[in-house]
Ligand binder design. Structure first.
Ligand SMILES: [Zn+2]
Length: 336
């Protein structure tokens, strides 16, 4: 089985070489934007390390029991550590539990593999606790950390890992990989490549959860409708999208809206400035161009600043509805 790591073949080759040359490091750090394919690479690596019938050295068959269990992230010698659902952070207690687990010899495979997802979400205490393991890693233990960027981790952690920085693919490379390896139709591949700015893991995720894509289309369409609506209608919309009792859900859904708005206004900016940059919402290209004709560059720029600002203010828990209303109030500009 090939590694199926499109766009990150160089990283897969390095890891494969470490296995074939019997030179596997104790710890790796896979950094890059969310959805870029960090976790897939970590899983493939774990399979290649522990496959019971490797077709060639450093490869995984994908068919044996261990390969299948690892793919499901449920194998006796594989530990996945990630933020607890509500806490949005990896706690020191989780690292202690992991360390206990790693102190045991592998149960049925060559290596115990610990994958720590989004380790930039670990508290400083948790990061410090992991340092001990990185410094004196038990033999037969491989740690694989993933993170948005190296900068968000303690330098002492980073310096003890072999770093592989994953980058997004070009729009063309992403869309052609989606067509060739996932058999996604051309038109959808092009849309997904634009939407995710070449982050293939995220693109595949959208393909597999069409309802998410559908919701996104609706939210984008809403913006075009809002831009031609009355103030009362816009305030009604603000009420609708900020009306829920659950606090976390509430914040996240506002965040999702604001991020979509920001991406769409970036598209407007690209259209008004005549830049060659790829649009995020390529399916809405002609609508965006039409809207952009009614706008000037400074007006769009002002909106971008305001949206960036709102996202930050939401982080420090400002009143979400007020933020949304303030933004929507300005959206009459398109009518004039
Ligand atoms: Zn296998």
């Amino acid at each position: 089985m090939e590694w199926m790591i499109h766009g990150h073949e160089w990283a897969a080759q390095i890891l494969q070489k470490h296995i074939t040359q019997n030179n596997v490091r104790h710890a790796y750090l896979l950094s890059g934007a969310p959805g870029i394919g960090r976790r897939s690479l970590a899983i493939r690596f774990a399979q290649a390390l522990n496959c019971t019938q490797p077709p060639a050295s450093g490869e995984a068959c994908g068919e044996c029991r261990l390969c299948k269990q690892i793919a499901k992230m449920q194998q006796a010698d594989l530990t996945i550590t990630r933020s607890l659902e509500d806490a949005h952070s990896i706690k020191v207690e989780q690292i202690r539990e992991l360390q206990l687990n790693l102190s045991l010899a592998p149960y049925e495979s060559k290596y115990r593999v610990a994958i720590l997802l989004n380790f930039h979400e670990a508290t400083p205490n948790a990061q410090n606790a992991l340092l001990k393991t990185l410094e004196e890693a038990p033999t037969k233990v491989i740690l694989v950390l993933t993170a948005d960027s190296v900068e968000n981790l303690l330098p002492t952690i980073v310096s003890r890992c072999e770093i592989l920085r994953l980058r997004p693919l070009s729009i063309e490379a992403c869309s052609s990989a989606l067509q060739t390896h996932w058999q996604i139709p051309k038109e959808e591949s092009i849309e997904l490549a634009h939407l995710t700015a070449g982050k293939i893991g995220q693109a595949v995720y959208y393909h597999q959860t069409p309802e998410k894509l559908e919701t996104m289309h609706q939210l984008v369409q809403d913006v075009f409708d809002l831009l031609g609506s009355s103030l009362a209608e816009r305030f009604e919309y603000a009420e609708k999208i900020t009306d829920t009792k659950k606090k976390n859900v509430y914040r996240e859904s506002i965040q999702e809206n604001l991020r979509i708005w920001l991406s769409l206004w970036r598209d407007f900016y690209i259209c008004t400035s005549g830049s060659e940059m790829p649009l995020t919402f390529i399916n809405f290209k002609s609508l965006s161009q039409k809207t952009a004709k009614k706008l000037t560059e400074p007006v769009v720029y002002q909106q971008l600043l305001q949206l960036e600002n709102a996202l930050q203010q939401l982080d420090v828990n400002l009143n979400g509805r007020l933020l949304v209303e303030t933004i929507l109030m300005d959206w009459s500009i398109v009518n004039h």
